[in-house]
Design a protein around this ligand. Structure first.
Ligand SMILES: *[C@@H]1O[C@H](CO)[C@@H](O)[C@H](O)[C@H]1NC(C)=O
Ligand SMILES: *[C@@H]1O[C@H](CO)[C@@H](O)[C@H](O)[C@H]1NC(C)=O
Ligand SMILES: *[C@@H]1O[C@H](CO)[C@@H](O)[C@H](O)[C@H]1NC(C)=O
Ligand SMILES: *[C@@H]1O[C@H](CO)[C@@H](O)[C@H](O)[C@H]1NC(C)=O
Ligand SMILES: *[C@@H]1O[C@H](CO)[C@@H](O)[C@H](O)[C@H]1NC(C)=O
Ligand SMILES: *[C@@H]1O[C@H](CO)[C@@H](O)[C@H](O)[C@H]1NC(C)=O
Ligand SMILES: CC(=O)N[C@H]1CO[C@H](CO)[C@@H](O)[C@@H]1O
Length: 504
């Protein structure tokens, strides 16, 4: 008799969760799809119950938590290699290709001292609980907030890779090869005042180094990838003239065979956009849940806000119009002018975003902005003016249906001079706002870079894990194409149209 009681509870729990799934699914998608999805979800649910039949509580909690956008890794089957198909080999590059570049941190970016941001393996200086505003705006007591600089992504990513659970020293086991080259800092230290020869030199040297390694022969570099904290345009100089921007790294035959992960991509198919780093680098699921709850319940004083600078010299920039409307909004909009303010201060930035319902994300010098990710982190609904700023970039990270989590206002509407942001955003009903904000909160775990070293159930499907998973999938696909003798052109040429509003 006594033994029957827990079983009954399990059945009740299962039924309850099943009902939740049914309700949730019917709300969301049309009926034909619903049946498929429910079967799928229910199957998943039973599989995870079965996989850990001695501990139902654990798998129930995990499934319940998935609704917050956090996908903890499912328990692996016991007998098989949990890393099968996921092994990565990291090249042990000579230090001239990474460590030496950042050792001399002063000239990395001509206009800016990068040295203070190098600490904590690239996360930057930790934000301490120094005053009441900091304590109110951030959750500092967990020690997970840092003044992280956007250009440090390559350093942060490499540190994470050192702790990747399926890293191998045996390259014959590896499904992909990671090249820890600080390409962004190499180009940026030479962007101003150096000729092409100097800008191209190190990339050419690395291409030669890679080609001579035994790992190259396996797929001629098609299984190699690298990560950069700069926009992809910097590596695709159009003509070989000193006056043209950037280096020609991605035009080198070796790099043309590789896959590049960058904070912003161009039209090329072998580039994938990964999130800019934010200031938040938590080390547990609980911290993330706490943060999601916080941003969902905040009282927001401003309808919309813009953090950034005007671009008076940039032809066709809509920033001037945006700032004009913001200032004229009679307190509905907050403008933090980065030309006069310290916009590297995490507290100042997050305070504005936490206090705003919508965050305007017009393009600046390039399509994308770090601000997109800071605003999502703060639970502020992003407003995009160009598909190239988000929808056509972070396809691994954002929901396909952009209306679920963002607002789109075509740039040309803003140029026209008759469109009122205040009127338009003010007209969006509370229910839509709340629905979008919940969706934004679900994106948070996917776009942050958590602290290195989380394994097992504490591991979070964050920006790094997603980037690695998707890259492994791409390499597997390319490998299949090669085996079938297919033409790889479509995977390595300019095919994207960043200006078109259709999700790729
Ligand atoms: C179930 O999991 C919890 C949390 O991981 C653990 O504390 C507990 O001992 C487990 N129970 C059994 C029966 O394995
Ligand atoms: C900060 O908070 C403490 C305790 O809540 C309070 O005593 C103190 O006056 C506050 N300081 C400022 C500058 O507001
Ligand atoms: C690879 O080899 C290096 C040096 O021999 C060692 O420090 C490192 O732990 C090894 N890594 C793995 C994943 O086996
Ligand atoms: C490029 O600049 C380097 C160092 O400034 C100089 O030594 C070299 O001669 C220049 N090359 C050309 C082709 O101008
Ligand atoms: C790039 O890959 C192709 C095979 O897809 C190969 O024929 C070519 O030699 C590779 N390029 C280099 C520089 O290895
Ligand atoms: C602005 O756009 C609206 C609708 O798209 C159009 O009716 C109006 O004529 C335009 N005004 C100007 C000045 O172009
Ligand atoms: C939203 C939610 O249900 N979060 C829960 C996820 O699971 C942990 C325990 O592992 C709870 O503490 C959270 O409240």
């Amino acid at each position: 008799m006594m033994k029957q009681v827990p079983r009954i509870w399990v059945v009740i729990l299962v039924t309850f969760v099943f009902c939740l799934f049914v309700l949730f699914q019917i709300n969301k998608i049309d009926l034909i799809e619903t049946n498929l999805q429910i079967t799928h979800q229910v199957n998943n649910f039973f599989i995870s119950i079965a996989a850990s039949s001695h501990n139902q509580t654990l798998s129930f909690t995990r499934n319940a938590n998935e609704s917050d956008g956090i996908r903890a890794k499912q328990p692996e089957e016991e007998d098989t290699d949990a890393c099968a198909g996921r092994y990565i080999y990291m090249h042990n590059l000579p230090s001239i290709f990474n460590d030496d570049i950042i050792k001399d941190c002063r000239p990395l970016i001509k206009w800016f001292d990068m040295c203070p941001f190098m600490v904590n393996s690239g996360l930057g200086p930790q934000v301490s609980d120094s005053d009441n505003t900091t304590a109110r705006v951030l959750t500092v007591e967990t020690g997970s907030w840092y003044s992280t600089n956007q250009f440090l992504l390559a350093v942060i990513f490499r540190e994470r890779m050192k702790h990747y659970e399926c890293l191998t020293n045996d390259s014959s086991l590896a499904s992909a090869v990671y090249v820890p080259f600080y390409a962004g800092f190499d180009v940026s230290r030479h962007l101003w005042g150096y000729n092409m020869t100097v800008r191209d030199e190190l990339g050419i040297k690395l291409a030669r180094w890679l080609r001579e390694k035994p790992e190259w022969g396996k797929m001629h570099g098609r299984d190699h990838f690298f990560v950069t904290g700069r926009i992809a345009w910097d590596f695709r100089r159009v003509r070989d003239e000193d006056s043209d921007w950037g280096n020609k790294l991605m035009r080198l035959p070796e790099f043309a065979n590789m896959t590049m992960l960058a904070i912003e991509t161009t039209a090329w198919a072998n580039e994938f956009a990964v999130p800019y780093p934010t200031y938040f680098h938590p080390k547990s699921l609980n911290e993330i849940w706490r943060w999601q709850r916080k941003v969902k319940s905040l009282k927001r004083e401003y309808l919309f806000s813009f953090v950034g600078g005007p671009r008076p010299n940039l032809d066709g920039s809509i920033r001037g119009e945006i700032i004009k409307q913001c200032l004229a909004s009679q307190g509905n909009c907050k403008f933090l002018n980065c030309n006069v303010n310290d916009c590297d201060n995490p507290v100042k930035i997050m305070e504005v975003f936490e206090n705003s319902v919508f965050c305007l994300q017009p393009s600046g010098d390039s399509y994308t902005r770090r601000s997109i990710f800071d605003s999502i982190l703060a639970g502020c609904i992003p407003v995009f003016f160009s598909p190239g700023s988000g929808y056509n970039q972070y396809i691994w990270y954002f929901p396909k249906d952009y209306t679920k989590y963002s607002v789109y206002i075509p740039e040309k509407e803003m140029r026209n001079g008759t469109f009122s942001l205040n009127k338009f955003l003010g007209g969006i009903d509370m229910e839509s706002i709340s629905r979008m904000r919940n969706e934004v909160a679900k994106i948070i775990p996917k776009i942050i870079y958590t602290k290195p070293g989380l394994v097992g159930p504490e591991k979070i499907e964050d920006a790094f894990e997603i980037a690695v998973d998707r890259t492994l999938e791409r390499v597997a696909m390319v490998k299949r194409m090669m085996e079938e003798g297919k033409d790889l052109q479509s995977e390595y040429s300019p095919i994207k149209d960043l200006k078109k509003l259709e999700v790729m």
